[in-house]
Design a protein around this ligand. Structure first.
Ligand code: BES
Ligand code: ZN
Length: 457
């Protein structure tokens, strides 16, 4: 391992430079205007992995292409699937960036750019960890398959069918995913649970056209007022979601889990300070970590109606709309939850007004087993790479394909994030600390070595 680690250390600058190239490609999956860049990004990654010694290419999925790269030169050794995504969330300077989101810059020891942490930097750390072995030894200790998709940030719509169609080719002894975060800087984490997602859009249609708010206000129910009341009615005064049946399938938190969460070094004051908040909010009777990781939620992601331009316009809008998402926990089903929400909103819909209900993403919640040799290998690799033993966490975010891997490939999935919770994923000035990037690459190099040994007994 020493030669491999020396190789990584000697190539740090080149590695950061290569990651910058990757970050310069605006692979925004949600916006069709970037479709060409998405493909270019997939090709860049396939070419890099090809040059490193993998059999690599881009593959059609029905949506944005997936990168598949295989190295199967270790017969008898375990086969490991590395999953990640090369697509990113939209980003424009006007969102509050201090530099152009697709012109990465190193500032205060961190690489700032869209995708630095979520997920290009983390995926690339694994590319480096594998390439260092190939560079030094000409071989890898395990058979390695990279599956890097281009649709995660828009719901991984086509990936389930792709995994099913490629079930044999993707068959493996473990799946490694680095698309989450450390618990805190210097406290690496293995994540054993992800929330799911049900994302919908509602439009409330009222009067036939926009009206003068003086001539009609007071006689006509304003759809914006009405939608605000409907949305407000979706929570009770204790922060619980007020949709009948919403909690029916929720697996209650176990006593051991509540104890384990409470024992984590969570810094509530630091958490609030980082957000510029005086207080937290949420379902009564649960701690912040419990609410984030193991309780379901309902949130408005966007809400609009009427006049939102400069100055004032006296108008009573003809319609109002909102994008709503529910984060889900085992065993909630995203389709059932969307059904329940639709039913409740239809009940709340004012008489004579029309409610349009559209379904967007769905992702199933998942828990992954931790009593696995691959998890022990990952914990040891994190300790080598980051210099500290990982803690076990759940996360509030979603990675839709993880549940698919569990079901279709029936392999253990190890979620080991290299980023930090405050890397600013999805927000302005997203960054990846270079220390974490290099620690991630070292962790990856160790991981292939330790997985070949079958994990520590
Ligand atoms: N990397 C995140 C998932 C994540 C977030 C894991 C926070 C752990 C902590 C991923 O790229 C993501 O943002 N997923 C989307 C999925 C959705 C579009 C279906 C999410 O959670 O919003
Ligand atoms: Zn993301």
């Amino acid at each position: 391992m020493e030669d491999v680690l020396n190789c990584l250390a000697s190539q740090r600058d080149t590695s950061v430079g290569a990651l910058c190239e990757l970050l310069r490609i605006p692979s925004v999956s949600a916006d069709p205007a970037f479709a060409v860049d998405v493909v270019r990004c997939a090709e860049w990654l396939a070419a890099w992995l090809g040059a490193a010694g993998f059999q690599a290419g881009t593959e059609a999925t029905g949506g944005h292409p997936a990168v598949v790269a295989e190295w199967r030169g270790a017969p008898g050794a375990p086969t490991v699937l590395v999953y990640g995504h090369y697509d990113v969330q939209p980003a424009v300077v006007a969102d509050g960036w201090s530099s152009a989101p697709f012109e990465p810059q190193v500032r205060d020891g961190a690489l700032v750019g869209r995708g630095a942490s979520d997920d290009k930097g983390q995926v690339f750390a694994h590319c480096l960890g594998a390439a260092a072995h190939l560079n030094v030894h000409g071989t890898l200790p395990v058979n390695l398959v990279f599956l890097v998709e281009g649709e995660e940030e828009s719901g991984s719509e086509h990936l389930e069918a792709f995994v099913e169609a490629n079930r044999e080719r993707l068959a493996c002894d473990a799946v490694i995913v680095s698309d989450s975060a450390q618990f805190a800087a210097g406290v690496p984490a293995i994540t054993y649970g992800l929330r799911g997602l049900a994302y919908v859009e509602v439009t409330l249609h009222g009067p036939a056209r926009d009206l003068h708010s003086g001539s009609f206000g007071g006689a006509v129910l304003n759809p914006a007022n009405a939608l605000a009341a409907m949305v407000a009615a979706l929570h009770d005064s204790d922060g619980r979601v007020a949709v009948p049946g919403f909690y029916d399938a929720v697996v209650p938190l176990q006593a051991w889990e509540r104890e384990a969460f409470a024992a984590l070094p969570f810094d509530r004051a630091g958490f609030l300070k980082g957000l510029g908040l005086a207080d937290d909010w949420g379902e009564g009777g649960y701690s912040i970590l419990e609410r984030l990781w193991a309780r379901p939620t309902l949130d408005v992601n966007g809400i609009w109606s009427g006049y939102t331009g400069e100055g004032a316009k006296t108008v009573l809008p003809s319609r109002a709309a909102a994008k709503l998402s529910c984060r889900l926990v085992p065993d909630q089903d995203p389709v059932e939850i969307a059904d329940l929400l639709e039913a409740r909103l239809r009940e709340l819909c004012p008489r004579g007004y029309r409610l349009e209900f559209q379904r967007h993403h769905a992702a199933r919640p998942v828990l992954v087993p931790v009593e696995e040799p691959a998890v022990r290998a990952a914990a040891d690799a994190l300790e080598h790479g980051f210099g500290a033993r990982p803690v076990f966490t759940r996360e509030g975010g979603s990675i839709p394909v993880v549940e698919t891997f569990r079901r279709v490939l029936d392999a253990p999935v190890v979620l080991m994030g290299f980023g930090r919770p405050d890397d600013g994923a999805h927000g302005p000035d997203e960054r990846l600390h270079l220390d974490d990037f290099h620690a991630g690459a070292r962790t990856s190099a160790w991981l292939w070595h330790l997985l070949a040994k079958g994990g520590t007994p």
